[in-house]
Design a protein around this ligand. Structure first.
Ligand code: TZP
Length: 206
């Protein structure tokens, strides 16, 4: 078992492009407030690359180590070793899960799924958890698919009874309970935390 379901309970995703203040400050507040996992996702307009991405990644990685929080890198296989990432998260169009698994036998692999067909593909065999959604409409991901709703989370849970699963997309403290009740092990959020005026309270309510 590379991941335990409880580690997905409060899964925070962030890149510098999501922040209007210091990403380190935001992550530190979220870490102190009790997030269980963090995904470093530099993606889309305004995101960092190259050494700037690596340097920020190192700082965020350090915070996760200090607070015992899983550190997952979004899609960037070449950063797994330099950042000593616990895991990598990929989408359906990203790096293949079997290729990653062959190179990194112990690394957690997360895979995004948005319908049952994707959840049936061979790539699932190398996934340790799934990110399921978008549950609701989201302004954070430009190319997000149509919302699937919590009824689909319930359907996916019935299809994958044992798979660690985190619900994502438009999740807030007010609606998180519905995804958990539908069978998700946890909720993954970007803006609920990056745009929060009180991260401690937001994470507690999630
Ligand atoms: N993948 C599916 S929706 C999404 C990602 C990365 C963005 C979620 O952002 P928010 O702000 O929590 O809706």
């Amino acid at each position: 078992m590379r991941i335990q379901r409880a580690q997905l309970r409060k899964y925070f995703i962030m890149g510098s492009q999501d922040c209007t203040r210091s990403p380190e400050e935001i992550l530190l507040e979220a870490a102190k407030a009790g997030i269980t996992a963090f995904q470093f996702r530099e993606k889309g307009p305004g995101s960092l690359s190259g050494s700037a991405k690596l340097e920020l990644g190192k700082k965020l990685r350090k915070i996760c180590s200090e607070y015992g929080i899983l550190f997952i890198i979004n899609n960037d296989v070449e950063l797994i070793e330099p950042l000593q990432a616990d895991g990598i998260h990929v989408g359906q169009q990203d790096e293949r899960t079997d290729t990653i698994r062959a190179r990194f036998p112990d690394t957690i692999i997360g895979l995004s799924v948005t319908n049952i067909e994707e959840a049936s593909r061979p790539s699932m065999a190398c996934a340790d958890y799934v990110g399921a959604g978008p549950v609701y409409r989201t302004a954070t991901k430009i190319d997000a698919k149509e919302p699937v709703g919590t009824a689909w989370i319930r359907e996916l849970r019935a299809f994958l009874p044992e798979m660690p699963m985190v619900a994502i997309g438009g999740i807030t403290p007010d609606n998180a309970r519905l995804s958990l009740d539908a069978g998700a092990d946890g909720v993954a959020v970007v803006s609920a935390i990056t745009k929060s005026g009180n991260i401690r309270e937001t994470v507690a309510r999630l």
